[in-house]
Ligand binder design. Sequence first.
Ligand SMILES: C[S@@+](CC[C@H](N)C(=O)[O-])C[C@H]1O[C@@H](n2cnc3c(N)ncnc32)[C@H](O)[C@@H]1O
Length: 260
Amino acid sequence: MRHDSSIVAFQQKRGGDCAAFLVPFLTSDMILLDAGCGPGTITAALAGIVGNAVGVDIEPKAIAAAHQLAAKAGLANVTFVEADMTALPFEDGTFDAVFFHAVLYHQSQAVLARTLAEARRVLKPGGLVATRDADVGGNVLHPEIDGVRLALDLWQRWYEHDDAQALRFGRRQSSILRAHGFTPVWTGASYVNHSADAESRSEAVADARRSLLGLRPQLVGKGLATDDEIQAALAGWEAWGRDPDAVYFRCRCECVARKD
Ligand SMILES: C[S@@+](CC[C@H](N)C(=O)[O-])C[C@H]1O[C@@H](n2cnc3c(N)ncnc32)[C@H](O)[C@@H]1O
């Protein structure tokens, strides 16, 4: 996994908008699995639409945060389980839908194959798999500050250091799901808006800072970046955050496919 564990705070801000594309395919009698659920924010939003929602994550801290969220919201139809999505603790044909949000593009080819085979196994015949993942080709940035461009390049160096196509995952979701035995029924894309107002801009700067500082040991350790580059990238984000007209829209590609 290339997943950056410093971003739990960012994940907690996510909600139903991340799964809006899936909502038209869901009904109130369905059982849904949110695989790699993180702190459970999206699972909780989906629990309001389906009959039962289950979130699994391999990280105990994420599951602890998800349990807290469910208790605080008084959600009776959501369960969180610490489990590995490549070896799920569920019977064959348990779920009507399996959702992966910002999960699959972090995986190596071998782990991706195991994950999708498990999704197929736990889905009922005719069940749905839904994915939403990044594609660097759709991002919109203004102004094109050098330090911010460098930050985007540093993230690309990290995420693509062992898979040159990692950040072009979004556009390939449909072909990937088809190659793993699903039949795609819908594809689309939407944006995460990091610049709606001054508050979201300052959150974007804080998230970028947290991520760059979190990745610094690996980036520098693997010789993918220098400390000077990381400092320049941090300064770039600070300058971007001071510009009241700055925008950063991040593309997320979406796909729904069926188990025949
Ligand atoms: C980028 S986060 C996305 C979290 C959540 N889906 C969201 O979008 O807010 C990826 C999540 O996948 C989890 N994960 C990674 N490998 C896993 C595995 N083999 N089994 C279960 N969860 C895994 C990580 O712990 C992390 O919480």
